[in-house]
Design a protein around this ligand. Structure first.
Ligand code: PHE
Length: 355
């Protein structure tokens, strides 16, 4: 089935974007440095992980299915891609790696690589070209630093031109702004002050979506596609087994309760099982607040909570973040949600843990 010509296969592995003194590497380095200069973690290390060494040979599943590209979508055509066989092809875009990188635990990354598309021949088209993919996942804390009452999600469940059903408009506007700002920043940093504009676009794995154009010799030139990642696709990346079986809480995977385990004792679990909750026991809440030392880490705190509270702790969420104006000392208040998967917890039991 392959339609890869010798001219094309000779380009695979050239990795121009990693070759010292090559203009493509120079652009990659320049953008990476710009992004590192702007986005740092609280510890000072770069927020974005840079990846440039992933093989351009990807599966059809990675290039299309993982991004919710419909089975009959034109972009899958043999006429437009370089297929190795019916299951593998030379990546048509670096988006082919999004799912795997998110699953690997990255929530901010730049991924650069050579991409392959069968195309017409002219000065601006070549069957091998390079893309840089940027992904950033946001938490509620990243977006709403001040107003704790706002949420990333919205229950109105209305998809509109401006947003996906699950997102709140406030969150979408924040992310849209952040996205457009960084992209304009990158372009201005590369080209000096240039005119840019965003045109509404469609991609199966983002909504809303835009194409960014820059003014070049009097004409608008499309330079990239972008958008807000589809929450459904993203949810699937992170929580595939939970979604597949409708499992509401990750702790259930560790359950020894027969009411859980017996539900999976059937042939072809994948297509036959939807988990039926046996009972949902009520939660109990308790708040804990303390001053932060410079060495404080949320993960360390959560480990302490888990080692004391075990699987009875369902959630730890920050409810208050206070900095004393005079001393500069910072304190956090966390709400701990306790719930047992198999019985109703009593206040006495919780108090023993909390104290
Ligand atoms: N992968 C898309 C393309 O090559 C561009 C894109 C990337 C769109 C990321 C949205 C988000 O056309």
């Amino acid at each position: 089935m392959t339609n890869i010509t010798p001219t094309i296969s000779a380009k695979v592995g050239a990795n121009l974007h990693c070759q010292r003194y090559h203009p493509l590497k120079a652009i990659k380095d320049h953008i990476e440095q710009y992004v590192h200069a702007i986005y740092r973690k609280r510890t000072g290390s770069p927020l974005f992980t840079c990846i440039d060494n992933l093989s351009p040979v990807v599966s059809v599943e990675q290039n299309f299915d993982s991004l919710s590209v419909p089975q009959d979508h034109v972009s899958r055509a043999k006429n437009d891609n370089y297929y190795i066989n019916s299951d593998y092809l030379l990546r048509a875009h670096t988006s082919a790696h999004e799912r795997d990188l998110v699953r690997a635990g990255l929530d901010a990354f730049l991924c650069t690589g050579d991409c392959y598309r069968r195309d017409e021949i002219d000065a601006k088209h070549y069957p091998v070209f390079h893309q840089m993919e940027g992904v950033r996942l946001f938490d509620k804390q990243d977006i709403f630093t001040k107003d704790k009452n706002l949420d990333i999600f919205d229950n109105s469940m209305q998809e509109t031109e401006e947003k996906q059903a699950v997102h709140s408009l406030e969150a979408v506007k924040f992310v849209e702004n952040d996205l457009k700002e960084i992209l304009m920043g990158i372009m201005n940093n590369l080209f000096g002050n240039i005119e840019t504009r965003f045109v509404d676009a469609y991609f199966p794995f983002t909504h809303p979506s835009w194409e960014m154009e820059i003014k070049f010799q009097g004409d608008w030139l499309e330079v990239l596609g972008c958008g807000i990642m589809s929450h459904n696709t993203l949810r699937y990346y992170k929580f595939a087994p939970m979604i597949l079986f409708d499992i509401p809480d990750i702790r259930l995977f560790w359950s020894k309760d027969e009411r859980f385990l017996s539900q999976f004792k059937v042939d072809d679990v994948i297509s036959n099982v939807k988990f039926k909750p046996f009972s949902i026991h009520p939660p109990l809440y308790n708040d804990i607040s303390f001053w932060l030392s410079p060495a404080f880490s949320l993960n360390n705190f959560c480990d302490v909570v888990r080692s004391v509270g075990g699987d009875l702790v369902e959630q730890v969420s920050l409810v208050d973040d206070y900095t004393d104006a005079k001393t500069g000392r910072q304190s956090h208040c966390y709400r701990l949600t306790y719930r047992s998967m198999d019985r109703t917890l009593t206040n006495e039991e919780m108090n023993v843990i909390q104290v």
